[in-house]
Design a protein around this ligand. Structure first.
Ligand SMILES: Cc1cc2nc3c(=O)[nH]c(=O)nc-3n(C[C@H](O)[C@H](O)[C@H](O)COP(=O)(O)OP(=O)(O)OC[C@H]3O[C@@H](n4cnc5c(N)ncnc54)[C@H](O)[C@@H]3O)c2cc1C
Length: 281
C-alpha cells in the first residue's frame, strides 16, 4: 500500500546515510510489513538493501547472517526448491531450523524473496519464527547504534514483548552471529496452528550441542521467545517443571490461540522435541 505521509525514501549507500534515522523515519528492508499497513508517524524511509552486505558469511567461529539476508536465502530456496533446503550446508545440521522456521511463517515464496531476517527480528512478533530459530541457535545480534560503534547482545534478550524490543531510535541491526557449536548441533522443530495454513499458535525448537547440553526455545505461544536450558536431554517431568515456572502472563493471547491452549500444546510439543533430541544420532 502507499504510505501517504512518507515524503522521502533514502537509499543508504554507507553507514553515514543511516545517521538520518530519527523518530519520524524507519529502516526499510524488504518492506513486506512496512507497506502492509499505515504508519502515519513516518515521513522518511531509509532503505538498507543497497548497503551491499553479503547475506551469509562463514567465519572460523560460526555463521554471520546479514540483517538484509532474505528468508529465501536463509532457507536455501532456489528454482525447483521453493520450500528451501534441508540444510544450508551438509556439515551444519543445526541449519535445519532455517527452512523449517521460514515455512512456519504464513507467507508465500514472493514474500520469502523480499522479506529479510532483520525485518523479522525487528518486527519482534510472537509469530516471528525466524527470530525464534536464531534464538534457538543462541545467536548474537550485532547492532549499530546511531552515534557510531557497535553493540552485541544475545538475541534472546532482544525482544521485550509482542512487537517490542530493545532497539533505540536510530539504531540498526547489522547482522546475527550463530556460533559453530549451534551450527553443529542436533535440532528438533515442532509447530501447531489452529488451521492447516493458519498463523502459528506454538512453535518449539530444540538444540542439543556436542557437550550434551540442551535448550528448548518456545515462540509463537509466548509474548517473546523463551529459552529453557538443561544440562542434558531433559525428561518429560523436567520439561513440564521448567514450563510451570514461567510467569502466567508469558502465554500470548490473540485470535490464533488462547493462552491456556497455547500452554497446553507447548508442553506436548516440548516433550516431543526433548524426545527427539534424545534419540540416538
Ligand atoms: C503475507 C504475509 C505473511 C506474514 N507472515 C508473518 C509471520 O507469520 N510471522 C511474522 O513474524 N511476520 C510475518 N509477516 C510480516 C513480515 O513480512 C515478516 O516479519 C518479514 O520478515 C519482515 O521483513 P521485512 O524485511 O519485509 O521488514 P520491513 O517491512 O522492511 O521492516 C519491518 C520492521 O523492522 C524494521 N527493520 C527492518 N530491518 C531492520 C534493521 N536491520 N534494523 C532495524 N530495524 C529494522 C523496520 O523499520 C520495520 O519496523 C508476514 C507478512 C506478510 C505480508
Amino acid at each position: 500500500m502507499d504510505l501517504e505521509t512518507v515524503r522521502e525514501v533514502v537509499l543508504a549507500r554507507d553507514r553515514a546515510d543511516l545517521a538520518q534515522l530519527d523518530a519520524g523515519s524507519a529502516v526499510l528492508a524488504g518492506g513486506t510489513f512496512l507497506f502492509s499497513e499505515p504508519h502515519d508517524h513516518l515521513d522518511r524511509l531509509i532503505d538498507i538493501t543497497a548497503l551491499g552486505w553479503a547475506p551469509l558469511r562463514a567465519h572460523a567461529d560460526g555463521l554471520e547472517i546479514a540483517a538484509t539476508c532474505t528468508l529465501a536465502e536463509l532457507a536455501g530456496a532456489a528454482p525447483g526448491r521453493e520450500l528451501g533446503s534441508a540444510l544450508l550446508r551438509p556439515d551444519w545440521p543445526g541449519t535445519a531450523l532455517f527452512a523449517q522456521a521460514c515455512r512456519a511463517l504464513l507467507a508465500s515464496h514472493k514474500i520469502w524473496r523480499t522479506a529479510t531476517v532483520g525485518g523479522n527480528v525487528c518486527l519482534s512478533l510472537p509469530a516471528g519464527a525466524v527470530l525464534g530459530a536464531l534464538v534457538a541457535l543462541d545467536a548474537t545480534a550485532v547492532i549499530w547504534p546511531r552515534g557510531g560503534g557497535e553493540r552485541r547482545i544475545p538475541l534472546r534478550d532482544f525482544v521485550t514483548g509482542p512487537g517490542e524490543n530493545i532497539l533505540a531510535t536510530g539504531a540498526v541491526v547489522r547482522s546475527f552471529l550463530v556460533p559453530t557449536a549451534s551450527l553443529l548441533a542436533r535440532t528438533s522443530f515442532r509447530k501447531i496452528a489452529l488451521a492447516p495454513l493458519g498463523r502459528s499458535g506454538a512453535v518449539v525448537m530444540g538444540r542439543r550441542t556436542a557437550d550434551g547440553r540442551c535448550a528448548i526455545t518456545v515462540t509463537a505461544a509466548t509474548t517473546r521467545p523463551v529459552v529453557l536450558e538443561f544440562a542434558a536431554v531433559p525428561a518429560d517431568f523436567e520439561v513440564a517443571a521448567a514450563l510451570a515456572e514461567l510467569e502466567p502472563d508469558v502465554w500470548f493471547d490473540d485470535p490464533h490461540g488462547a493462552p491456556d491452549w497455547r500452554a497446553h500444546v507447548t508442553a506436548l510439543l516440548a516433550a516431543e522435541v526433548a524426545a527427539e533430541l534424545g534419540e540416538a544420532a
